[in-house]
Ligand binder design. Structure first.
Ligand code: SIN
Length: 196
């Protein structure tokens, strides 16, 4: 089977099931938690059931290059798992910029979000699946940490991506064994370096 192109903008442009509503929820589970460079009317912590974070997606455009991709997050299905992230109430006008930001393999997916008070809503989530050309797939935590330690791209170092994410998850009170295990190994590899 031929891999889907890593540039998903055209597919995403034609898939907005919320087109007839003025606002929709966007769920962020990675950099979208801590780097909200788009307009939003409200934001609320929310969770997705049945999904978990994995550093299994290659980054050609933010934390790596096409020649030396970084490793960034996607979500994988995991029955019984809960993924805590941040939901933003956005208008259709910011979708083009989001598609550009998430163009490296991520598709818009509709998922059911649950807010802290138990309220539920449908929302958009950008997810990269194994059939996109930038997919890297599973690796041991130590291998991921070493990969991250050596990668950088136009948005900065891959290390900062992981450390900002881990800090943001702690701020949310989220548990995430995978992210925190990679963070621990990364800090052990380069204990002297600081982020920001
Ligand atoms: C997200 O944050 O929801 C998508 C993955 C990323 O941009 O890190």
């Amino acid at each position: 089977m031929r891999a889907m192109s890593h540039d998903t903008r055209e597919i995403n442009r034609s898939s907005d099931p919320f087109a007839d509503t003025t606002r929709r929820w966007l769920f962020g589970y990675g950099s979208l938690i801590w780097k909200a460079d788009f307009a939003y009317a409200a934001r609320r912590p929310a969770r997705l059931h049945g999904w978990e974070r994995r550093f299994w997606q290659g980054s050609h455009d933010h934390r790596g290059t096409p020649q030396a991709p970084g490793r960034v997050l996607t979500l994988v299905e995991a029955p019984g798992a809960r993924c805590l992230g941040m939901a933003y109430s956005i208008g259709a006008d910011v979708l083009e910029a989001l598609d550009l930001r998430e163009k490296n393999g991520y598709l818009r997916v509709i998922a059911s979000l649950e807010f802290d008070d138990g309220e539920r809503a449908q929302g958009l989530v950008y997810i990269a699946t194994a059939d996109n050309a930038a997919w890297l797939g599973p690796a041991a935590d130590e291998v991921i940490a070493r990969h991250v330690a050596g990668a950088a791209g136009p948005s900065g170092s891959n290390r900062d991506y992981v450390l900002h994410l881990a800090d943001a998850l702690r701020g949310l009170g989220a548990e995430d064994a995978h992210v925190f295990a990679v963070e621990r190994r990364l800090r052990a590899l380069q204990p002297e370096a600081t982020t920001q």
